[in-house]
Design a protein around this ligand. Structure first.
Ligand code: NAD
Length: 500
């Protein structure tokens, strides 16, 4: 049996007889947990298959990683920006030929289907490294025109050590939101990979290793309550950038707040998707399908999981949507033909069932589509067909809580003010979708929605450079953009000089 603790190609495959033993990446070394304990990584494609083992990091390991990042910080922060830029561009160049391999590993690790999700996600990682490399010189201050007797200017400085805590649903994409922006602005980083899907993050570190000095990037693995929380409370961590559920994020924010660490939070959502009566077309159906994130098993924080259909087109739009959804193929995420892959694990799969049962138990609920009978659900992978429930009331749990599964709640509306009120009647405020050919109605509605990201007449299409983040309980702070980088990963120092 050959084992290695170093990430690197060829990547694990389902067919491998032995699981790959991974190390964590700390201070430029691949190391096991101080305790020697490991966590089995089970692929969502086959519940019986352990594809890898990763270290079960705890406080001692978090401490090592933070110390390594602290030691590396002064030299990294002091580099001319063009050198950090070069490092990011080289990482992007090395990642590019690996996109297909990383996409396949994403499919194995997360269950996300190769064509619809895993490949675009791996591609986005490359373009995001390039995008932020291009912004390296924008980490700069301003000069106040105080006259010839004084010089008054600001410097943009990195925060220090950033702990980036990642979820399992799209690890490479979320790492892309945090890592290049934090690095290029002069911070050093400790990433905490999600215990359910850590492998692509470790492989990303193996590429970064070639271009970053030891300690500039560290990756720890393990459970959130152990190694994750140890990072949040560590005095050596200047900023916690967290992506995950609202419940966990709120706990993370309060712990980090006690020691006044910087915090940004990208949390859950229950996003409205509003269709106006002039938009009962096949093209809109395609875009609404994208918005449902069925192709990601609904495991997307920006899923438009509350579909508001105007009563004039409710039935005909729904018929078209159901016809389209019934043609989606749920299958092995590694296969090109699969539109929808697997839910991450048994616990999440059961959670989705719980919501479906709760929805079906409500008075007056309708079922427009239930793909489950056509599937041998759950054997041996955690497959789950989409479900569309109708006549949903905005105060039912399936309309209020984030299901994070392929379940769409359909609500009927008549009046513009009323649909805006219902859309905003949620403690979440991450994304929203508005479909109307009448641009006045579309823009009026978009501007009234309390969400951090509103898309008009499109269901997907995130671009590096756009501000990304939530309002209300969906989070604090923005990522993925110039302003997100400056606000999220830098601080201002004011210098006043008396001349003469
Ligand atoms: P989660 O909150 O359970 O875990 C997220 C990460 O936090 C994991 O790495 C986990 O190990 C870690 N963690 C757990 N407890 C911790 C603690 N006490 N201290 C520090 N770290 C801890 O979320 P998840 O189940 O992995 O991901 C799904 C959730 O993430 C959904 O609610 C989804 O909406 C959200 N999400 C949000 C965005 C966004 O950009 N807004 C993107 C993706 C996912």
């Amino acid at each position: 049996m050959t084992t290695t603790t170093t990430a690197g190609t060829p990547y694990p495959r389902l067919e491998d007889e032995q699981p790959r033993d991974y190390g964590m990446f700390i201070g430029g070394q691949w190391v096991q947990a101080a305790s020697g304990e490991t966590i089995d990584v089970i692929t969502p494609i086959d519940r019986t298959k352990v594809i890898a083992r990763t270290p079960r990091g705890r406080a001692e390991d978090a401490d090592k990683a933070v110390r390594a990042a602290r030691d590396a910080f002064p030299a990294w922060a002091a580099l001319p920006f063009a050198e950090r830029q070069r490092a990011l561009l080289r990482i992007a160049d090395d990642l590019e030929p690996l996109v297909e391999d990383l996409a396949r590993l994403t499919a194995l690790d997360t269950g996300n289907a190769l064509r619809t999700q895993a490949r675009p996600e791996a591609g986005l990682l490359v373009s995001t490294f390039r995008y932020f490399a291009g912004l390296a010189g924008e980490v700069k201050g301003v000069t106040l025109p105080t006259g010839s007797e004084a010089l008054s200017y600001t410097r943009r400085l990195p925060l220090g050590v950033v702990a980036g805590i990642l979820p399992w649903n799209s690890p490479l994409m979320i790492a892309a939101f945090k890592l290049p922006a934090a690095l290029v602005s002069g911070n050093t980083v400790v990433l905490k990979a999600a215990e359910d899907a850590p492998l692509t993050i470790l492989e990303l570190a193996a590429v970064c290793e070639r271009h970053l000095p030891p300690g500039v990037l560290n990756v720890v693995t393990g459970y959130g309550a152990e190694v994750g929380e140890a990072l949040v409370v560590h005095e050596g961590v200047d900023k916690v950038s967290f992506t995950g559920s609202t419940a966990t994020g709120s706990g993370v924010a309060s712990l980090a707040g006690r020691r006044l660490a910087h915090v940004s939070l990208e949390l859950g959502g229950k996003s409205p998707c509003i269709v106006f009566p002039d938009s009962d077309t096949d093209e809109v159906v395609e875009q609404v399908l994208l918005a449902t994130r069925f192709a990601r098993q609904g495991q997307s924080c920006t899923s438009g999981s509350r579909l508001f259909l105007h009563e004039d087109v409710h039935d005909s739009f729904l018929d078209k949507l159901v016809a389209r959804v019934s043609r989606l193929k749920v299958g092995d995420p590694r296969e090109e033909s699969s539109d929808i892959g697997c839910i991450i694990n048994e616990r999440q799969w059961q959670r989705v069932q719980g919501y479906i049962e709760d929805g079906l138990a409500q008075d007056g609920v309708g079922v427009a589509y239930d793909g489950r009978p056509a599937l041998t659900v759950g054997e041996p992978g955690f497959y789950h067909a989409p479900m569309i429930l109708t006549q949903v009331s905005n105060d039912w749990r399936i309309a209020r809580e984030e299901i994070f599964g392929p379940v769409l709640s359909v609500l009927r509306w008549r009046d513009e003010d009323d649909v805006v009120r219902m859309a905003n009647d949620s403690h979440y405020g991450l994304a929203a979708f508005v479909f109307a050919r009448d641009l006045g109605a579309a823009m009026r509605t978009a501007h009234r929605i309390e969400s951090g990201w509103v898309q008009v007449n499109q269901g997907g299409g995130q671009q590096p450079g756009q501000s990304y983040g939530g309002m209300k309980a969906s989070g604090q702070g923005r990522e993925f953009s110039l302003e997100g980088m400056l606000e999220g990963f830098t601080q201002i120092q004011q210098i006043n000089v008396r001349l003469g």
